[in-house]
Design a protein. Structure first.
Length: 256
């Protein structure tokens, strides 16, 4: 649906939090996209509509309403990723409101999408910038890539190293990256999911999450507060995260 269609459907000028002046500054309130904020109605899809709309117009800020509690659930049935996903140029201003997680998922995360996937086929030397792949079809110099390299000793599902990098050269079946891989890793003992390179087509960058409370509903085993997965040039400030089983903020080498 187009941005104009969303504006018409939810009547943006009808909510006090989204005045024409605020919209002119790129600020849009979740209430205009159907969010209720009473702590009982599931507001996941309404808030995501607001985030997606702001992304579609090139960036801006999605605002919650102070004093309200917005109930979240899984992003989609069976999806244990983040309930809400921020795209390029998008910020979330909580204005002191609360996000209440009622599903087994993270609260907030990056809208992270990849296309081309290539298997890593050779062991990795400490300090190298090179990765040998099954082939380099579909990859180009300048592409941003996300790599999972090696198997974590305590959980075979988790990678030992993750890397966000730019391809600076391609030599046959080998890509050269703009940064080093810090340790030697044996690919032979890694499961297939942890010896891959993926081309990034979309990620959260140039945005912020500010001034919001993250709380978990009773009896719920929520995951991380904020799971960045892959992000670049983003800010997280004045965020308080409570009562979940994962980290408050999950980041790593794959975030800049």
């Amino acid at each position: 649906m187009s941005g104009i269609g969303l504006l018409a459907m939810f009547g943006l000028v009808g909510f006090a939090g989204s005045s024409r002046a605020a919209q002119a500054q790129g600020v849009f309130h979740v209430g205009d996209f159907g969010a209720v904020g009473d702590g009982r109605v599931d507001d996941t899809q309404a808030i995501q509509r607001a985030l997606d709309f702001v992304k579609s117009r090139g960036g801006g800020t999605v605002a919650l309403q102070a004093g309200k509690t917005y109930r979240l659930s899984r992003h989609a049935p069976g999806d244990q990723g983040s309930s809400l996903r921020l795209g390029a140029g998008v910020s979330l201003d909580g204005q002191g409101a609360t996000l209440l997680q009622s599903g087994n998922a993270s609260f907030l995360g990056a809208d992270f999408q990849t296309t081309v996937e290539k298997a890593i086929t050779a062991d990795v030397a400490a300090g190298t910038r090179e990765l040998r792949l099954e082939n380099c079809d579909g990859l180009r110099v300048g592409d941003r890539v996300f790599a999972r390299i090696g198997q974590n000793a305590w959980d075979a599902r988790e990678p030992r190293q993750t890397l966000l990098a730019t391809i600076t050269a391609i030599r046959g079946d080998t890509i050269v990256l703009d940064r080093q891989i810090p340790e030697a890793i044996s690919i032979a003992v890694s499961n297939p999911a942890n010896r891959v390179v993926r081309k990034i087509t979309s990620m959260w960058r140039d945005g912020a999450i500010r001034n919001v409370q993250l709380r978990t509903a009773p009896g719920v085993a929520a995951e991380e507060g904020i799971n960045l997965v892959a992000a670049q040039n983003v800010t997280v400030e004045d965020v308080t995260s409570h009562d979940h089983v994962g980290a408050g903020l999950l980041s790593g080498q794959f975030c800049e």
